[in-house]
Design a protein around this ligand. Sequence first.
Ligand code: ATP
Length: 360
Amino acid sequence: MTTDKTYRLAVLNGDGIGPEIVPASVKILDAAVAAAGAPAIAWQELPLGRAAIDTHGTAVPDETLEALDNVDGWLLGPHDSAAYPEPHKSLLNPSGTIRKHFGLFANIRPAKAFRGGNAIVEGTDLVIVRENTEGFYADRNTFAGTGEMMPTPDVAIMHGIITRAATTRIAHEAFKLAMTRDKRVTIVHKANVLKMTTGLFRDVCRDVAKEYPEVSVNDFHIDAATVHLVRRANKFDVIVTENMFGDILSDLAGEVAGSLGIAPSINSSDTHAMAQASHGSAPDIAGKNIANPIAMILSSAMLLRWLGAKFDDAQILAAADKVEAAVDLAVLEGTVTPDMGGTTGTSEFADAVVAAVARV
Ligand code: ATP
């Protein structure tokens, strides 16, 4: 269906390489939406992160959270909260705050090798479905306070949480996604040691699997999964796992597919969605115009796909197709940033993708 809907999307540039890769993505989305004949996106830039500490005295201003609740989705740049001055450094980081505030429980992280890219495992095309609200990340699994404490300066304690409800919800995301792909799901856990917690995760995923008889299921311990990914990433379809395992595995999968700089992600609930690259703020290369913007660009395309499904909007889905095809074409033509073995700068790559939009 064609809706002619004007989407209102927010832009949060973030820290480190964020102000380089996020504007690049905005430019490409504008070109793709125009080429698909859809109405122009109405962008709204909002304060967040290091810049917001200076202007608003907080990394996550209330006005930003309120504004996000009223848009169709948003692009979030990475954050370098470790470099914030105290007390901001010790608080939950901006990305975690937003995920928690909006209950963005599903973090979908594809790792797909490009033709002409420098994949470690050619043919990699998998998606990690990461539970985003609990598990072993202490900043996310409590109502108040954090799940870490230090009873003495020399003793640190953390806890992890796995619930049937959150696992059921993320398992359905994984199996529904598998139904649109190769119909295979791998559950990753560590049930031989973390028997109750990740054992519950595995068992609940297996229960949900019964509702999807067409999907084949297997499972691996997290340590075994890393080994299989390095050698045989191209044998996986959908991987479902808890929060911390998913974070680590998706960095590995991104690099195996060619570079951490090409690994996109979307964080979503049933009502809100946020495009966010899988990588961090890469302070070591910030400001040098060498960051790879592909992860952020493809995350933005994932957001268009999420909107297209939500609003049954063929035009915005066509725009997402154009973004992806244009990135493929630019990479195939050898226009790649240093992390992929090339010499192209961030802004030059973005220009090449904008030019490619007209040719796909
Ligand atoms: P976080 O914990 O916030 O995810 P991190 O510690 O995993 O961050 P990153 O910021 O993701 O670290 O950086 C890891 C490495 O990957 C760094 O060497 C960085 O330069 C590189 N890197 C990350 N993103 C990109 C990118 N888009 N283009 C090129 N290199 C990148």
